[in-house]
Design a protein around this ligand. Sequence first.
Ligand code: NAP
Length: 259
Amino acid sequence: MSSARFVNKLSGQRVLLVGGTGGVGISVAQALLEYGASIVLSSSREAKVNAVCAQLIGDYPEAKDRVSGFACDLASPNVEANIEELFKKVGEINHIVYMAGDRLPMIPLGEVTLEKWQKCNQVRTIAAILVAKIGTEYMKQDRHSSIVLTGGSISEKPIAGGWAMLALIGAGLNGLARQLAFDLAPIRVNCVAPGIIEKDLWQGMGEEGKKAFFAAHESKIPTGKVGQPEDLAEAYLYCLRDANATGIVVNSNSGTFLM
Ligand SMILES: NC(=O)c1ccc[n+]([C@@H]2O[C@H](COP(=O)([O-])OP(=O)(O)OC[C@H]3O[C@@H](n4cnc5c(N)ncnc54)[C@H](OP(=O)(O)O)[C@@H]3O)[C@@H](O)[C@H]2O)c1
């Protein structure tokens, strides 16, 4: 029996990371490269995609042939054509990890408008379903192929202040993973639901605002520390590696549900 049956599970697999140039995406990409996978990064800006690819190649020079990336703007009215174009460039793929999200839409209910609600959905849900539809044409019909969506703990654990749209989106993504696990079977579909993760997403609060928000949260959560991107990367790896996991939500949230 090989002594590396587990370690090599992702070796040689091609994984597309949609929204993979953010804090969480970069950690998942690093983990995948360490496990021998090839990664294709995508996000809206070509310069950012190229910069992150260069950063990863700098970190893992031995993996330079396993790193590539293409821009694809999911906020555009031409989103469907953009996604078609992306997959033509990417070609055959074993897994898709979908983690694209634009600026955090924390808006009090009184300020929600049709336009804001539509905008908030475009990248996080509308484009996600289109990526799943188009992307599966490029995947083997096999339980070793999979899609991982990204929701959030807010879907199960409401908190005060402007989170209504994100709560609905998060719950919708959990439901989408369960439904697509049937619709796309045997391709597996799962959802990772992060709690608060220390990354760029919270930049909108400003450095001081972020520190105060994290400190208040850390005084309550069982682990006493907000999640780090390298913690969350493990949840994605699990979804990719367990060919028996489909239609599930994997939580990585500092014990938030116990509060
Ligand atoms: N960090 C947390 O605490 C937390 C908690 C719960 C859930 N999440 C979710 O986890 C995911 C990753 O989090 P993160 O912290 O890594 O976020 P992030 O740093 O803001 O990264 C988001 C990614 O989405 C891409 N993106 C944004 N607009 C896009 C567009 N129009 N088209 C294509 N790509 C676009 C960004 O690249 P460009 O801007 O260059 O396009 C980036 O690659 C997000 O969906 C987030 O909502 C995060």
